[in-house]
Write a protein that binds this ligand. Structure first.
Ligand SMILES: *[C@@H]1O[C@H](CO)[C@@H](O)[C@H](O)[C@H]1NC(C)=O
Ligand SMILES: *[C@@H]1O[C@H](CO)[C@@H](O)[C@H](O)[C@H]1NC(C)=O
Length: 165
């Protein structure tokens, strides 16, 4: 009864050869979109934190990226609001920028829900401008600087994925 192990190893060998070749035929859209962003590694890591990323079509991908950006923007907005509350008046302009960024992302997520895909790229650019505006001319603390950098990259990802529509 030496046949069974041989068959199993044949099957394993066949799978080894087949899987990479089928995978090579269909590179993930997520990877193609991340190649069009300012920081490929950051983009890939962020997108693939969502289990829907492998094999995602453009509708799933834009949902993944806009949600990531929305979560990040809301989180950073909350952080800045806390700093302003404890006396960091110079961050008020930043808070205004993030209020706006969060509102734009909310609007875009609502549009996705109602299957409307207009002006997503220009609104993504608007977010990018707000976020870099926050970073400008401020002696901002390390906590905000890092968050702002992340958010800038996420806004750029929003722009790249919007270009699919
Ligand atoms: C990446 O950008 C190029 C140049 O703008 C464009 O032709 C291409 O379609 C983009 N790829 C994706 C996946 O969006
Ligand atoms: C913002 O995005 C970065 C990169 O994906 C991540 O490390 C960070 O945890 C995110 N923050 C929130 C609140 O989602």
């Amino acid at each position: 009864m030496a046949a069974a192990p041989r068959i199993i190893s044949l099957i394993i060998a066949a799978l080894c050869c087949l899987l990479p070749s089928t995978a090579a035929q269909k590179p993930d859209l997520a990877i193609a979109v991340c190649r069009n962003t300012t920081d490929f590694a950051f983009c890939r890591e962020a997108v693939y934190s969502d289990p829907r990323a492998p094999g995602a079509d453009r509708y799933e991908l834009i949902d993944i990226i806009f949600r990531l950006a929305y979560r990040n923007a809301s989180d950073t907005r909350g952080y800045i609001a806390g700093e302003v509350k404890s006396g960091a008046d110079e961050l008020k302009k930043c808070l205004g920028d993030y209020d706006k960024a969060v509102a734009i992302l909310e609007g875009m997520l609502n549009d996705l829900n109602s299957e409307s895909y207009y002006d997503l790229d220009s609104r993504s650019l608007d977010i990018q401008h707000r976020v870099s505006d926050c970073g400008k001319g401020l002696r901002i603390g390390v906590g905000i600087a890092r968050r702002n950098q992340n958010m800038l990259k996420l806004a750029n990802m929003c722009y790249a994925v919007s270009k699919l529509f």
